[in-house]
Design a protein around this ligand. Structure first.
Ligand code: FES
Length: 181
């Protein structure tokens, strides 16, 4: 067999070609698999680091001192207070508002002024047509002094937890209204 014949035999033969392909495939599978494994190994802690605060259960709101109990009457009055908020990695101090008054039994309670229709802010005695009620300027929802929804809004105003300690009113967690059924 001369040199030319030998080349032709290599070129047309099955075996050398198959060996070359399988070696290439083996390398690409091995390297690809190892790369994917290492990538996944790096991604899991990174992903966990990124979402961890979101997965943590939200802690209960701390009590915030708002006003002397002596200043609270049966007429709702607006009081502003600040709360420190942690949302995932983002921390901020938000200014909130509560309308605080005493119910018929003399117990202090605090309502959140966010309208339960679409979230505008209600005001006490803001519309002469609805005397001694909370009124929302956006679409006309109105509520009783205890936050009961009378029109437009589908639910009563939310209520803060309240405690009175050493002559001061503190507000805590916001939740559904417990004064109206
Ligand atoms: S947002 Fe208050 S009535 Fe619509």
């Amino acid at each position: 067999m001369n040199e030319h014949q030998s080349h032709e035999a290599d070129h047309h033969g099955e075996k050398p070609k198959r060996r070359e392909m399988s070696r290439r495939q083996f390398l690409s599978y091995t390297l690809g698999g190892a790369g994917a494994f290492m990538g996944a190994g790096m991604m899991v802690p990174m992903l966990r680091f990124a979402v961890d605060p979101i997965l943590q259960p939200k802690t209960k709101a701390a009590w915030v001192k708002v006003v002397e109990e002596g200043k609270v009457t049966d007429q709702p009055a607006s009081f502003k207070f600040k709360v420190h908020q942690v949302d995932g990695w983002y921390e901020s101090d938000a200014e909130l508002e509560a309308w605080i008054s005493k119910d018929k039994g003399g117990k202090v309670f605090a309502l959140n002024p966010t309208c339960k229709h679409l979230g505008c802010t209600v005001n006490w005695n803001a519309n002469p047509e609805y005397k001694d009620q909370y009124f929302c300027p956006c679409h006309g929802a109105h509520y009783t002094s205890e936050g009961k929804n009378l029109a437009v809004a589908p639910a009563p105003l939310d209520e803060y937890e309240v405690k009175v300690e050493n002559g001061f009113v503190y507000v805590g967690q916001l939740g559904p209204n417990k004064h109206v059924k």
